[in-house]
Design a binder for this molecule. Sequence first.
Ligand code: SF4
Length: 679
Amino acid sequence: MSTKLVPSLCPYCAVGCGMYLVVEKGKAIGVEYMTDHPACEGALCPKGNSVLEFLNHEDRLKYPMKRVGDEFVRISWDEALDMAAHGLARNIKKNGPQSIGFLASSRCNNEENYLMQKLARFLGSPNVDNCARLCHSPTVVGLGAVLGTGAMTNNLIDLQNSKCIFAIGTNFTEAHPIVSRWAQKAKDNGATIIVADPRITSTSWMADLHLRIKPGSDIDLLRGMMKVIIDEGLADKKFIDERTEGYPELALNLKDFTLEKASELTDVPAAEIARAARIYAKSSSSALLYSMGITQHVCGTDNVKACATLSLLAGQIGRPGAGVWPMRGQNNVQGNCDMGGMAEFYPGYKKASDPKSIEFFKAAWKVDDLPMGPGLTSTEMTDAALEGKITAMYLIGEDPVVCEANINKTKAALDNLDFLIVQEIFMTATARMADLVLPAAAWAEKDGSYTSMERRVQWIDQAVPPVGEAKEGLWIINEIGKRLGLDLGGTSARDVLTEVNRNVPQYAGMTFERISKVGGLRWPCPDEKHPGTDILHKERFSTPDGRAKMASVLNKPAGERTSEDYPILLSTGRIVVHYNSGSMTQRCTSLRERDSELYVEINPADAAPLKISHGDMVKVKTVRGEAEARARISEKVKPGMAFMPFHWQGTNIITSDAIDPVSKIPEYKMAACRIETIA
Ligand code: SF4
């Protein structure tokens, strides 16, 4: 009996850890560590170690199904594909191509996402988006505006070269556990770790200095630090003069701002803000890490711009150990955006609103017409579906009925559609609302490339055949296209990658042969001789004139404030053993054993007058609805604040759908709630 080791990747978060799957008789039976993988050196977190529990789970979708009344009925692939094509065609005929919405998947590979956005645009719809809208769209537009590229500037292992790590709005030890390996190495080498977070977290336990800021005061803290840096002559004048624009405006923006004011706005003692600023600016190489604590606000884009501007002001960018590290969420959210699965961009971040992009892709794809964008974002599609402007949707690997903010609204929107296709590996809450459910191959059951948060593009081969009648996403999208009279090009992932090499400049040199080696290559990689790029912006920024654009921003009030009726501010986030909507991790016994139910952290000072004890079931209510959760009485949250993990549906029933007007991300981090005991 032959057992083989097939190189693979962890299908969960965007760290992109490598692993081997042990395959015997066409079945994955074990995971082995890939000790020569450059991002993880063989380490895996609890999720990575448990991937087979969901891959081989009996709940996997195994055949296509259509809705008949309240039931789902098994159908053949022929019937399913005909139904998909007819449903889309019917809505295009009746309401026009703009009535169709597409969600590409950050869990799927680059080739599937490239083909998905091509299908949308070939059909004349500009409305294609992905879950980056809910996590890091402010990174794409905010870092893009300041630095010219909306992606991590350095690589993960380069963190060990940092002498200061400033982590704001990221609990990376839980959300991206393997990153702590590199942060700890930096600490062992003498780095100072500063964490800005309202909560006490496992990341703040690593910190030399924990700035327990008031929720929503990130810009005030960053401006306070910038003020200290300017006033104490710590700004890197040479770097600013030679490589940036916007310093005079920034100095003016901060002229009347004081450290005392920053302290009052953030609840952080002035001396701590000053200490953080000095350490960050004076160290020989400072890293700035951030995640959804920064992005998921109505001022998410400005928060990101302020982070990038701080790094420019101190000249802490473009060198080993110095840069900006956005901690992206899903395993291929970076790649999905790179492939054009975003309403604002065609592949390679060619602006959908620029006629030159349209001309480029008309020539590349040999078509007469393509839609100008920007199209509707996923959050805008929800509103458009409620208004009857979007009447059909095709979703792959996305679960908005758990992941969007204010999901009662999302449910009503999906309910209002004439036709909904969901392509998935499990019967998710969103799939349960579909007219047609298409069973998809999971990551180990197909070929393709994935791009991690550090711009690392890695190819994996199919390790095992798909379960039951499940099919690879490429095959499904191509077959639907064919039935709509479209030739989408490549039928194999390798063919599509070759097209990506031609049409996405950052990926031009990333051929199959090159990215199928352990660790792949990091973009930009403009030709087949190019070694890939470890550190961006070493000599010039990727703006048209090569200079970074410092941003002068002011904080904005949250979309929702606490009140007498809703006196507690609710924030949400990840925990180490679960992943996004929980559709995969909650099927893994080893993970569920560690955390199996929704909970809410409440400060003892808030719990006592409400007569809530640790372990009680409580109701958490906002103006949008209510969720039941187990109370955890804890000093981890400040008085007046509560925290819930978002891996259970209850959480996003109550989160706020107030939107950042630039990136259109919802403000998950700031909902006013009240907590009641359950009688
Ligand atoms: Fe997987 Fe992320 Fe954990 Fe690595 S850190 S094993 S990629 S979930």
